[in-house]
Design a protein around this ligand. Structure first.
Ligand SMILES: [Fe+2]
Length: 312
C-alpha cells in the first residue's frame, strides 16, 4: 500500500527564468542549481529543492510527494498512466514514478533523495513576550527585514472536475486521510473542497498536504502551492518585502480556520499563486474529519475579506 509522507516539491514552467528566480528569491527561496533551461530553488530545510522551473510556456507541471520505500514506487509504476521508475537528475537525486492523478494532474512519487544540509543563515524562532507570559528580558526583538525565509513546502491545491472522485483517488491510491470537507452552504451534499493529510500513523502530519477544489472541466489547474516560514512575523515581513518589490498580492495576511495557518497569498509574474504560511495545525491518524459550509468565517478567522479573484 502506498502511503505518501509529504509534499516535497512543485515543478513549474515559465518563459523567463531570471524573472522567476528573482520572484522566488524575494519569496524567500534560495538557488540550489541553475543552468540555461532549468532552475532549482530550495528552502532552509533538508529538502534538496522545493521548486523547479523549466523554460517554456507558463504552466504548473507537477507536484512531488515522498514515499518511504522502493516497494511503493514499484506499486506506483503499475498504476494506469504511470511512468516506469526513473532516475532523477535533480539536486539530491533519487528515483521517481510519474503518476497520472485526477483530471490528468501529475503527481510524482519520489524515494531515495539524498537530503541536503539545512541552511544555517536563518533566523530562529522568536522569543515572544505575551501579555500573560513574559519570556524575553534584556534581549531586544529585531527580526531582520528580509524575504520571508521559506523552510519547506506545505501543500498543493488542485482544481478538479469531481472533488469526491479526486478525494477517493488520493485516499485509495496514495493512502491519504481526509481531514476536513467544505460544502455548499445550503446543501451539505455538494462538496466544494476536501483537505487531505498524509497518513504518518502516530507521527504528526500537516492538517493538509493536498486540497481538492471542485471546479469546472474548463478550469482544471493548480490553484496554489504553499510554503512554510518560521512564524507569523515572517509572514508579515514577507508581505511587506513582496509589496515593496512590486509583486501582485492576492489575499492576506489572515489566519485560516481549517488548518489554522497564518497565510498570505501572492502571484508570480505569470499569475501562479504562491502562499506563505506559518503556525499550521498538526494531526495524527486518529483525527476525525470535519464538515463545514463554505463561508467567509470558515475560510479565515481574521484578515481581509477573500478577494474576488482568489478562486480564479
Ligand atoms: Fe493554502
Amino acid at each position: 500500500m502506498i502511503k505518501v509522507q509529504d509534499v516535497i516539491n512543485t515543478n513549474y514552467r515559465v518563459p523567463d527564468l531570471d524573472r522567476m528566480e528573482k520572484f522566488l528569491t524575494d519569496f524567500g527561496m534560495v538557488r540550489a542549481r541553475r543552468d540555461e533551461n532549468k532552475l532549482y530553488m530550495r528552502g532552509a530545510s533538508s529538502l534538496p529543492y522545493i521548486t523547479s522551473v523549466e523554460k517554456g510556456e507558463p504552466a504548473f507541471i507537477s507536484c512531488s510527494m515522498g514515499v518511504n520505500s522502493m516497494a511503493e514506487l514499484e506499486e506506483a509504476a503499475k498504476l494506469p498512466g504511470s511512468s516506469a521508475i526513473e532516475d532523477m537528475d535533480s539536486p539530491g537525486g533519487g528515483k521517481r514514478v510519474r503518476v497520472k492523478g485526477p483530471d490528468g494532474h501529475r503527481v510524482d512519487l519520489v524515494f531515495g533523495q539524498t537530503p541536503a544540509a539545512p541552511l544555517t543563515d536563518v533566523r530562529g524562532p522568536l522569543q515572544v513576550n505575551f501579555a500573560q507570559q513574559k519570556q524575553r528580558v534584556f534581549a531586544l526583538q529585531r527580526p531582520a527585514n528580509e524575504p520571508a525565509r521559506v523552510f519547506r513546502i506545505g501543500h498543493c491545491v488542485f482544481k478538479v472536475s469531481n472533488a469526491d472522485e479526486a478525494v477517493k483517488w488520493f485516499r485509495d491510491t496514495l493512502g491519504m486521510l481526509v481531514t476536513d470537507r467544505i460544502h455548499v452552504p445550503d446543501n451539505s451534499n455538494v462538496t466544494l473542497g476536501t483537505f487531505l493529510r498524509c497518513n504518518k500513523g502516530k507521527n504528526p502530519a500537516d492538517h493538509h498536504s493536498i486540497l481538492c477544489l471542485q471546479s469546472t472541466p474548463d478550469d482544471i489547474k493548480v490553484h496554489h502551492s504553499s510554503y512554510e516560514v518560521q512564524d507569523p512575523d515572517a509572514v508579515h515581513i514577507g508581505h511587506y518585502w513582496l509589496k515593496q518589490g512590486g509583486y501582485q498580492a492576492e489575499w492576506g495576511v489572515g489566519r485560516h480556520l481549517l488548518g489554522s495557518q497564518v497565510f498570505d497569498y501572492w502571484r508570480d509574474p505569470w499569475g501562479h499563486m504562491f502562499e506563505h504560511y506559518a503556525d499550521g495545525d498538526l494531526l495524527d491518524d486518529t483525527a476525525t474529519p470535519g464538515d463545514y459550509p463554505a463561508t467567509q468565517e470558515n475560510l479565515a478567522q481574521w484578515g481581509p475579506e477573500v478577494t474576488p479573484t482568489f478562486f480564479s
